[in-house]
Design a protein. Structure first.
Length: 252
């Protein structure tokens, strides 16, 4: 693809691992200057070093994404050091993980954490960055949803609800920002070979793979390919869309 993001600044939330890492590296490989926000200092440094070793320009920013003041400061630092943000990837998010349970056994504190990290952080980062895109009459926003929203998976209904909100937010914001040359889209990954699935017991992992017609989980790079496509000029007439990348686990 050459340097299709030459001269652009991309900001990736949750960019130290998995899909965020793969996307940050791909943006940098294709010419963008990349700011990475993540709470994990060690993996953030490793990802940044990998980008620099490949000749890319990166600004790592250790950030607790649920701390609004810290997020604002990091975005201001990114804009000051690299330039105004042209491409935003709202990637940060997770399920309740060890606190996941059937809904009737769950507690409000868990819902609040999951909804805040997956949905409210997406709101807040977009709210901070989109005005500059509007002023410059250019921008690309890609949000991460989930194919779990299409099937309503058990034990993660808080996550399903939050990611459904991300999809709705994407569509509404796309209509608001389209007149200003800003595209807003979402990617819905299926099960992807990030840290979580790799820690599953073999029998659980194998059973999950059998649900996928293509016979394998996505790799983070597969999701990054969809993200960078939606951020590129090739997708200039695509906005308000949900692109599902799940090996055919469910059709949309």
């Amino acid at each position: 693809m050459g340097k299709r993001f030459e001269g652009r600044v991309a900001l990736v939330t949750g960019g130290a691992n998995g899909i965020g890492r793969a996307s940050a590296m791909k943006f940098a490989q294709q010419g963008a200057k990349v700011a990475i926000l993540d709470i994990e200092d060690g993996p953030l440094g490793e990802t940044s070093e990998a980008i620099r070793s490949a000749g890319g320009e990166v600004l790592p920013l250790v950030t607790n994404m649920r701390d609004r003041d810290a997020v604002k400061a990091s975005i201001e630092k990114a804009s000051s050091d690299l330039g105004p943000v042209d491409i935003l990837l709202n990637n940060v998010g997770q399920t309740a993980r060890k606190n996941a349970s059937e809904f009737l056994d769950s507690v409000p504190e868990t819902w609040e954490f999951v909804v805040d990290l997956n949905l409210m952080v997406t709101f807040y980062v977009s709210w901070l960055i989109a005005p500059g895109m509007r002023d410059r009459k250019f921008g690309r926003i890609v949000n991460i949803s989930s194919d779990s929203t299409l099937i309503g998976e058990k034990t993660i209904v808080d996550y399903v609800a939050a990611k459904s909100g991300v999809t709705g937010f994407t569509r509404g914001l796309a209509r608001e920002l389209a007149p200003f040359g800003i595209n807003v889209n979402a990617v819905a990954p299926g099960v992807t070979n990030t840290r979580g699935p790799k820690q599953l017991p073999k029998e659980v992992y194998d059973a999950a793979v059998r649900e996928i017609p293509m016979g394998h989980f996505a790799e983070p790079e597969d999701i990054a390919n969809a993200i960078t496509f939606l951020a590129s000029e090739e997708a200039r007439c695509i906005t308000g869309q949900l692109l599902v990348v799940n090996g055919g686990r469910i059709f949309y």
